[in-house]
Write a protein that binds this ligand. Structure first.
Ligand SMILES: CC(C)(COP(=O)(O)OP(=O)(O)OC[C@H]1O[C@@H](n2cnc3c(N)ncnc32)[C@H](O)[C@@H]1OP(=O)(O)O)[C@@H](O)C(=O)NCCC(=O)NCCS
Length: 186
């Protein structure tokens, strides 16, 4: 297999069972207890901004993106990112991250955040969110809270508890909800 044999595309509903298998193998049952999982439980992910890598007929890697909000800020949260063991170290993970950030920018998102290893994500443009600026609904290693700023000043607007945007919006009085967000949560 060469990198040219791998096709990248936005995630489709039909990919979901294979994605779930890849994530189960990569993260095990512990994935359900993670802070990022708790946030993702709060609402749907953005399928059009999430990507899969396909080889032949099979999904071999996936990255998902979820809308989050904290304080005055909004961002997409990247993850889970996982590559099937036989396909690791071929640049597929890196390429999925680049595609996801590019798509986020094109869609007008000001920032992408994640919980992950700085040695991996640092070269892809991620920097630590300053300690104490944000928290998550479950304990998280604050040194692993990373972000790429797409629009200047976007990271400093993220303050306090990060959660799924739908949960944050639902907790606001109706008059404080953004018009589009209010429509989304009905
Ligand atoms: C982490 C993961 C997504 C990387 O995907 P990949 O396609 O294998 O990685 P790439 O080919 O893009 O990059 C490979 C490079 O990243 C390095 N790397 C992989 N995981 C790393 C990590 N956790 N920390 C630092 N570097 C890492 C590799 O050593 C390799 O380095 P090299 O280029 O100097 O040889 C993949 O290993 C995976 O699915 N792991 C299990 C799930 C996981 O941990 N996901 C990330 C959540 S934070």
């Amino acid at each position: 297999m060469t990198p040219a044999d791998v096709i990248y595309m936005p995630e489709q509903p039909a990919h979901e069972p294979e994605i779930e298998e890849i994530n189960a193998e990569a993260f095990g049952p512990g994935r359900f207890t993670r802070a990022a999982y708790k946030i993702r439980e709060g609402g749907p992910h953005e399928r059009a901004l999430s990507f899969v890598a396909i080889h032949g007929e099979s999904v071999i890697a996936s990255v998902k993106m979820t809308r989050v909000a904290a304080g005055e800020g909004r961002a997409l949260m990247l993850g889970p990112l996982a590559v099937k063991p036989d396909y690791k170290n071929l640049g597929i993970g890196r390429h999925l991250v680049k595609l996801a950030i590019e798509a986020a920018g094109k869609a007008g998102w000001p920032a992408v955040i994640l919980v992950g290893d700085e040695p991996y994500y640092g070269p892809l443009g991620f920097r630590r969110i300053p300690r104490g600026q944000v928290s998550m609904p479950r304990p998280v290693d604050l040194d692993r809270l990373l972000a790429v700023e797409i629009k200047e000043g976007a990271i400093s607007k993220l303050t306090g508890m990060i959660d799924h945007e739908d949960r944050v919006t639902a907790s606001l009085p109706v008059e404080e909800r953004a018009p589009d967000a209010a429509r989304r949560v009905g």
